[in-house]
Structure formats: structure tokens, C-alpha cells
Design a protein around this ligand. Structure first.
Ligand SMILES: Nc1ncnc2c1ncn2[C@@H]1O[C@H](COP(=O)(O)OP(=O)(O)O)[C@@H](O)[C@H]1O
Ligand SMILES: [Mg+2]
Length: 319
């Protein structure tokens, strides 16, 4: 996790000082207009008084601004600390859940394979006219395949993450994720719109892991908007490249947005609740982040932010 050193700004303090000086000048001028004379041994010392007022009020303004700034800084630091604590607690939870998931998955994998091959064998021995029997065997096989898929996801989730970040073309990763998602998108009759800018700068990332995360997002989008539209976009910023996956499904209620990244949180009857937990884990492991917002078409929009290769290189050199 990157720890950001809070940079103390004194902007408010200087504004405070400027306001103090201004008030002093205005006060002295108004007093002059009202007929007040500032004289010392017969000489007009209005400017001396104005400077004195300016100095004291300016200093008061500076100190006041500085105190407000310090208070704000403390509040921001406390907030960052609370967020960091939450992250640590969550990654510990993920680690324990991961171990548990791996243990269960290992136990389940072999019996599943046995059941599948038995069902397969059964179909071969059934008479050709036993329609009911064949249908039942096909159900068994399809459901076993689905369960195996869940088991594989669990194992992928539990495996310790190895990130091999290097300079990669994000366009290449997007094209690969789209090719892998093509079947799911077609099954859900989803129209795909690719709005990604071309000639994007390289990002520093592990291409396989980013592809996996994008695939999860595309699958979720297709599941949320069957028969609808899913669009993928990509733009470059000064330090990052942002990839967005949007859909025109029902969207995600604001109250649910914090929960959807929790492992095993799902609202789908056949969901595992691991897609977004894994996606977030792998993107953050590469120094990126993943965010959710309202999509332009009323559905959900997920944004994956990855560091640009050049920015990452500058940071490495500075370290
Ligand atoms: N594009 C989306 N539109 C609406 N809801 C979504 C979308 N993506 C994710 N969600 C919500 O987040 C939950 C968690 O997603 P995920 O972690 O991928 O698990 P799963 O897909 O197995 O349910 C989903 O069950 C769904 O409620
Ligand atoms: Mg999912």
C-alpha cells in the first residue's frame, strides 16, 4: 500500500494574513474619513497606525488560517488512517477466506470429476429411446461443469497473487478481454461498443491480471444488461490510463456500492460473489484502483485506473 505523506499547505494562512492587512487598511481609511486624526508630536502618523494595524491583524489572520489548515490536515490524516485500517482488516479477511476456499475447493474437485465421468458413462449405456434418462444425465453434466467453474474461480481467488508488471499496451489487453468475453456477450445478446481511444500510452501492469479483471467486468455487465448494450472505453490522463466498462442495465444502488467488492457478496442466484473481489484485488496489487459509478445510459460503470508506464518509471527513479 502506498502511504501518502500529507503536504502541509499554507495557502489559507497567507489568505488570512492578506485579509488581516486589508481589514487594517480599510479600518484606518474609514477612521480617517470619519475625522479621526492620528498625530504624534504634531505629525500625521496615519501610515504608522495603518502599518501597525496591518501587522497585528495580518499576523492574527495568518495564525488563524494556519490553525484551520492544521485542523483540516489532522482530519484528513485521521480519515486516511481509518481507511488504511479498513483495508488491512479486509485483506486479512480475504487471506483467511482464501485459505478456506482453497481447502473446500480441493475437497470438492475430485468427487466432482468422478460424478461427471459417471454421468457421461451412464449416457453411453442408456438406450437411445430413454429420453428422460438422457435429459437427466445431461443436467447432471451441465451442473457439474458449472460447479467446476465455481471451484476454479475459488482456487484462482485463493492462490497467492503473483504480479509481473511490465510496460503493456492497454489496447492489446482490451482486445484480448473482448475476444474472451465474446461468447458470453453473444449468449446474452449484448451489443458491444468499443469506444477506447487508439494510440494510448503504455501502462505498467500485468497483462494477464488486467485482462482477467476486465473479463470479470464485461461478464457482470452482460449479466446485468441482457439484450442491452455494453461499452468499453479507455482514455489517457497525465499519470494514468482509465478503462471503463459501462452497461445500460439496472445499475447499482448507492447503498450497495461498498458491498459489491466484498468477497462472496452476490445478488445473483448462480453468482459466486468473487468476480469483483478478485478484480479489485488484482488491480490494486498493480498500484491501480477500481471504482464504480452511474453509467451514462443509466446502468453501472466500472472504471479501472492503471498507472502509466512513464509515471511509474518516474516514481521508481525518485524512490
Ligand atoms: N454491471 C453491473 N450491474 C449491476 N449490478 C452489478 C454489476 N456488476 C456487479 N453487480 C453487482 O455486484 C454483485 C457482485 O458481483 P461479482 O463480485 O462479480 O459476483 P457475482 O457476479 O458472482 O454475483 C453482483 O451480484 C451484482 O449484484
Ligand atoms: Mg461476476
Amino acid at each position: 500500500m502506498t502511504q501518502v505523506e500529507p503536504v502541509r499547505s499554507r495557502r489559507l494562512a497567507w489568505w488570512g494574513a492578506a485579509a488581516g492587512v486589508l481589514i487594517a487598511l480599510v479600518d484606518t481609511t474609514v477612521l480617517g474619513w470619519l475625522g479621526t486624526e492620528f498625530r504624534l508630536s504634531g505629525r500625521d502618523v496615519s501610515w504608522l497606525v495603518a502599518t501597525w494595524f496591518g501587522g497585528t491583524l495580518g499576523l492574527t489572520g495568518f495564525l488563524l488560517g494556519d490553525a484551520i489548515e492544521a485542523r483540516r490536515g489532522e482530519r484528513a490524516a485521521a480519515k486516511a488512517l481509518a481507511a488504511a485500517r479498513l483495508r488491512v482488516a479486509q485483506s486479512e479477511k480475504l487471506a483467511v477466506l482464501g485459505q478456506l476456499a482453497a481447502a473446500i475447493a480441493h475437497e470438492v474437485r475430485n468427487p466432482l470429476a468422478v460424478v461427471r465421468s459417471s454421468a457421461q458413462g451412464l449416457t453411453e449405456t442408456l438406450p437411445a429411446d430413454d429420453v428422460e434418462g438422457r435429459r437427466a444425465a445431461t443436467f447432471i453434466i451441465t451442473e457439474i461443469d458449472r460447479l467446476s467453474n465455481v471451484v476454479s474461480t475459488l482456487l484462482a481467488f485463493a492462490r497467492p497473487l503473483r504480479v509481473e508488471a511490465r510496460a503493456v499496451s492497454i489496447e492489446g489487453v482490451i482486445d484480448r478481454a473482448l475476444a474472451l468475453a465474446a461468447e458470453t456477450l453473444a449468449q446474452k445478446h449484448v451489443r458491444l461498443v468499443n469506444r477506447a481511444d487508439r494510440a494510448l500510452p503504455s501502462v505498467r501492469a500485468d497483462a494477464d491480471l488486467v485482462c482477467q479483471a476486465l473479463l470479470d467486468l464485461l461478464t457482470n455487465a452482460a449479466e446485468a444488461a441482457p439484450g442491452g448494450e455494453v461499452s468499453i472505453g479507455a482514455v489517457a490522463n497525465a499519470e494514468t490510463v482509465e478503462v471503463t466498462v459501462s452497461d445500460n442495465g439496472p445499475g447499482i444502488p448507492a447503498a450497495m456500492r461498498a458491498q459489491i467488492f466484498e468477497p462472496f457478496f452476490t445478488t445473483r442466484t448462480d453468482g459466486t460473489g468473487l468476480g469483483l473481489a478478485v478484480a479489485r484485488q488484482v488491480i490494486e496489487a498493480q498500484g491501480g484502483r477500481i471504482e464504480v459509478s452511474d453509467g451514462p445510459g443509466g446502468g453501472a460503470r466500472f472504471t479501472v485506473v492503471l498507472p502509466r508506464e512513464q509515471a511509474a518509471m518516474r516514481r521508481r527513479e525518485a524512490a
